[in-house]
Design a protein around this ligand. Structure first.
Ligand SMILES: [Zn+2]
Length: 199
């Protein structure tokens, strides 16, 4: 039975690596896969999913407002695929997540989405919120904070290493960097932890 999957994580947990490995496993068994990534993410050049450990693969792109049911149906009409992989799934709109749910239910093809759960302010991305609501199965791609605890949060830093607590949810092409932290160290970095509780 086809399912909608949401593999969520914080930044730099290696979710693109996990996606590429899973897609590779299909292809190694002569089953084709269809890869999608957000058009606004140009870290790897247009139309490519790349991981920080150096592996990558060509991918089609989804854009804001695009009907993904039609896009996938058109792709499947040309060539059947065993599975659909979506990277940067936090950038899907709620409507696009529903499109993918219809792909699973009506076209009976599994869709595996990989994305960030929360932004640098600790708020759910709308696409991730809809995936948390609709996914048949969810899995966490884990990474750790500098203290060794599981990292679930992310801070945005400017080029001086200062934590930024305000700004747009999605910022493209700036000099900011992201650091994944456990919630306690996220609270410390964003000034929410009382000084006496800090370490
Ligand atoms: Zn920590």
């Amino acid at each position: 039975m086809a399912k909608l999957y949401f593999h969520y994580s914080t930044m730099n947990a290696g979710k693109s690596t996990v996606l590429l490995q899973a897609s590779h496993n299909y292809r190694e068994n002569n089953m084709d896969t269809y890869l999608l990534t957000a058009a606004l993410d140009d870290r790897a050049g247009q139309g490519r999913i790349a991981s920080r450990i150096g592996i990558g693969a060509e991918a089609d792109m989804f854009r804001p407002g695009e009907n993904l049911f039609d896009k996938v149906a058109n792709r499947l009409a040309k060539d059947p695929v065993a599975s659909i992989f979506v990277d940067e799934a936090q950038f899907l709109s709620p409507d696009q997540v529903w499109d993918l749910a219809r792909v699973v239910d009506d076209l009976r093809v599994p869709v595996l989405c990989y994305g960030l759960r929360v932004d640098f302010q600790g708020k759910l991305f709308p696409g991730s919120a809809t995936l948390l609501a609709l996914a048949d199965e969810m899995r966490e791609v884990r990474t750790i904070c500098h203290c060794g605890k599981k990292a679930t949060m992310v801070i945005r830093q400017d080029d001086q290493g200062r934590t930024i607590t305000e700004g747009a949810q999605v910022q493209i092409g700036g000099n900011e960097t992201y650091v994944s932290l456990c919630r306690r160290h996220w609270r410390q970095a964003t000034g929410d932890l009382p000084a006496e509780a800090s370490d």
